[in-house]
Design a binder for this molecule. Structure first.
Ligand SMILES: Cc1cc2nc3c(=O)[nH]c(=O)nc-3n(C[C@H](O)[C@H](O)[C@H](O)COP(=O)(O)O)c2cc1C
Length: 158
């Protein structure tokens, strides 16, 4: 059975979407199915999908999640669904220029999902736009390690 991965994208100007598409291209093969979903219009029902989730989100405003993620994020905060069955990773995009709120978009989702009982796979990635490294390069370097961890987690859950 192929591993199913769902990448949930929160973006303001498309960078996180680009990262998600690059990861999809890198991961998709006979053993791995990848679907990329924008967070617009999602609700907790998305977590009934089989497989492992990757939250790919940038940060805006005062350390907020992007606008297209707000309704989804707020609904999870309000409804507090039990997500103990969920395994997820976080690829965060941010900029260290915003020292007080660096990568808070990813941190907010991580804290929220963990608080709902979901288990994170691997470390939370914190891309820094001021580093000069392109986020898709960071993502592609990290991708094989995380995929191996995700596969392990899915096999354990099966
Ligand atoms: C108005 C504005 C506010 C931002 N606020 C933050 C912030 O609070 N913390 C952070 O780490 N990055 C912040 N960023 C940086 C973005 O998260 C970063 O540039 C990211 O790569 C953008 O990805 P996106 O195109 O997917 O939205 C901000 C960028 C802008 C333009």
């Amino acid at each position: 059975m192929p591993l199913k991965l769902t990448i949930l994208v929160a973006t303001m100007t498309g960078t996180a979407q680009l990262v998600a598409q690059e990861l999809q291209l890198a991961w998709e093969d006979d053993d791995t199915e990848v679907e990329v979903l924008q967070m617009d219009g999602l609700d907790a029902g998305v977590f009934s999908r089989e497989g492992v989730f990757l939250v790919c989100t940038s940060t805006y405003g005062q350390g907020d999640v992007p606008d297209n993620a707000k309704a989804f994020y707020d609904a999870l905060c309000r409804d507090r669904p039990g997500l103990a069955h969920v395994r997820y990773g976080v690829f965060g995009l941010g900029d260290r220029t915003y020292a007080e709120t660096f990568n808070f978009g990813g941190k907010r989702f991580d804290d929220l999902l963990a608080g709902l009982g979901a288990k994170r796979i691997g470390e939370r990635v914190q891309h820094n736009a001021s580093s000069g490294e392109m986020p898709e390069d960071t993502a592609l370097e990290w991708a094989p390690k995380w995929l191996a961890l995700a596969r392990e987690a899915a096999e354990q859950a099966a």
